[in-house]
Design a protein around this ligand. Structure first.
Ligand code: Z5A
Length: 209
């Protein structure tokens, strides 16, 4: 039986990593095999590209150069981790995927949807997730959470409030335009309530966990 490819999307500090852990625990409690992964990253080559993207000066790359680097990492990740695990019947839970390129480099960065669609088709044809959870949060609240954690990867966090407002709207527009694939979850709720809302979507779409 084929598995499932699920992506979590949203702005900085939305709670994606926290939610993936909760969903994975719920699936594993039912004996399902779960692969947790992330973008950019998920393979040694893609993690090396991640280092180029998330560190350094805020203007290190243009949006087009960023998009090409994200897709180089993504193709390696899809070929080596995502497709083989879905084919093996596993649940692949991925922190960010192509919608992040559409929102960060597209809606917020200024690359047109047509150009990004062409890049996606060249790299991955029509490969898309079975389900995408868009975790929506006020950008300032998300950034405050990320700053409170005090981590080192700050290149995107430093892009300014207008960028982060465009980003939020970009994710909401993607969800609106793809209702069969996407569900929006209010990330401003307590973590337990975010998980309950996500598991309701899973039961509705897959009958599990
Ligand atoms: N990027 C891009 O531009 N284009 C692309 O195609 C891709 C990515 C794939 C790296 O991503 C960067 O790459 C990213 C976009 C860009 N920008 N940045 N920075 P990343 O996923 O590694 O980075 P991130 O979005 O900043 O992830 P994050 O900070 O790890 O956020 P998160 O996973 O959504 O949140 P979290 O770690 O679960 O939670 C953050 C904190 O809030 C943590 O202390 C939690 O304990 C706390 N938390 C979580 N949920 C709650 C609730 N519900 N209430 C209160 N506190 C909470």
């Amino acid at each position: 039986m084929a598995g499932h490819f699920i992506t979590l999307e949203g702005g900085e500090g939305a709670g994606k990593t926290t939610l993936i852990d909760g969903i994975a625990r719920a699936l594993e409690a039912q004996g399902q095999k779960v692969i947790k992964t992330r973008e950019p990253g998920g393979t040694p080559g893609a993690e090396a590209i991640r280092d180029l993207l998330v560190n350094g000066p805020v203007d290190r790359w243009s949006p087009t150069a960023e998009a090409l680097l994200f897709y180089a990492a993504r193709v390696d990740h899809v070929d080596r981790v995502i497709r083989p695990n879905v084919a093996a019947g596993n649940w692949v839970l991925c922190d960010r995927f192509a919608d992040s390129t559409r929102a960060y480099q597209g809606a917020a960065g200024g690359i047109s949807a047509d150009r990004l669609d062409a890049l996606h088709r060249m790299a991955l044809e029509r490969f898309e997730p079975d389900l995408t959870l868009v975790i929506d949060i006020d950008p300032m609240e998300g950034l405050e959470r990320a700053w409170a954690r005090g981590e080192a990867e700050t290149r995107f966090e430093a892009k300014g409030q207008t960028f982060h407002e465009r980003l939020r709207q970009g994710f909401l527009d993607i969800a609106h335009d793809n209702p069969g694939r996407c569900a929006v979850i209010d990330g401003g709720q307590a973590a337990g309530d975010v998980l309950s809302a996500a598991l309701d979507v899973f039961r509705d779409r897959f009958g599990a966990p």
